[in-house]
Ligand binder design. Structure first.
Ligand code: NCD
Length: 309
């Protein structure tokens, strides 16, 4: 694996290997690298979880983090994203993590840079590291993907999380259904659309999505309460979920909109578990990329310390 920019072209074997590595890291930790390695975190869009869990993952691996704020960088002088990334490569970064509003930008950068690129969310394109942490959460719960039914629910059209998960869950053989307000459907995803009641009652995983207000152009007329009642997870609907079924959401959560406030931390919810899994998953991806790229080998770990979760 040279870069980690999309879930589309990863094989079942590659996905399972990464999930199992992340699972192992989450229970046993991982020794930090013994040599000095720099990583550049280039975030051009707001982020709490993704940015901070990358930072924790990188520091646990013993890496030096080059933190970048576009508003105080040469981007304000008109420098391109490519030249910015190339600068970090030139000054010695071994890896670039990037979040940017432009769809596909990570794939373009990956073609031009010689160091690994990780997509931390590209516009409405993909969010492969979020997807991998979602997959780890499902794997820890059910131990498999075949025979597990996942409902992806909400603003599918504008969600990069939905897209990455739709691709990966197909590769892994899970059953997937989609449920959305009609104008937020994405017909390029080849899965059936069902009603919210059907999705909730028949699935093992109810994966909710945030309404992506920042990506909408028209005026959305629904009030929060109406959206929740028509398309969201209400307390009444949760009572109809299958025994053992779980609730997921990539967060940030609009409490009382996609999901009733009282369900965010209920027994079925794995929302905060997803966040913890984000650290191990990102450690696993970084380790794999640096090893596969010949940037470090398995002996580069420091035996004195163990970077636990
Ligand atoms: C997601 C994102 O940025 O796409 N958030 C995240 O990384 N956990 C989902 C969202 O913002 O709705």
């Amino acid at each position: 694996m040279k870069h980690f920019v999309s879930m589309k072209n990863l094989s079942e074997h590659e996905l399972l290997q990464l999930i199992k590595l992340a699972d192992e890291i989450s229970s046993q930790g991982l020794q930090p690298f013994s040599e000095q390695l720099f990583v550049a975190n280039l975030f051009f869009e707001p982020s709490t979880r993704t940015k901070m869990s990358f930072t924790v993952a990188e520091r646990r691996l013993g890496m030096d983090v080059l933190d970048f704020a576009s508003e105080s960088s040469s981007i304000t002088k008109g420098e391109s994203v490519y030249d910015t990334a190339k600068t970090f490569e030139s000054i010695g970064a071994s890896l670039i993590v990037i979040r940017h509003p432009e769809t596909n930008i990570c794939t373009q950068l990956a073609e031009k840079l010689s160091i690994p690129v990780i997509n931390a969310g590209d516009g409405t394109g993909e969010h492969p590291t979020q997807s991998l942490l979602d997959l780890l959460t499902i794997y820890q719960e059910f131990g498999k993907f075949k025979g597990v039914k996942v409902a992806i629910v909400g603003d599918i059209k504008h969600s990069r999380v939905a897209r990455s998960n739709a691709y990966a869950l197909r590769t892994l053989g899970a059953e997937v259904v989609l449920s959305s307000k009609p104008d937020w459907q994405d017909d390029t995803l080849e899965y059936p659309y069902v009603s919210i009641d059907d999705a909730v009652e028949t699935s093992d995983v109810v994966m909710l999505l945030r309404i992506q207000h920042e990506r909408h152009t028209g005026n959305e007329q629904l009030t929060n309460q109406t959206y929740l009642e028509q398309y969201g997870l209400t307390q009444a609907r949760e009572k109809n979920m299958k025994p053992g079924a779980i609730i997921m959401h990539p967060a940030p959560v609009n409490r009382g909109v996609e999901i009733d406030d009282r369900l965010v931390e209920c027994n079925r919810s794995r929302i905060f578990k997803q966040m913890s899994n984000g650290v191990s998953v990102r450690m696993a991806i970084i380790k794999r990329l640096l090893e596969d790229g010949g940037i470090m080998n398995a002996n580069s770990f420091n035996e004195r310390e163990v970077a636990s979760r």
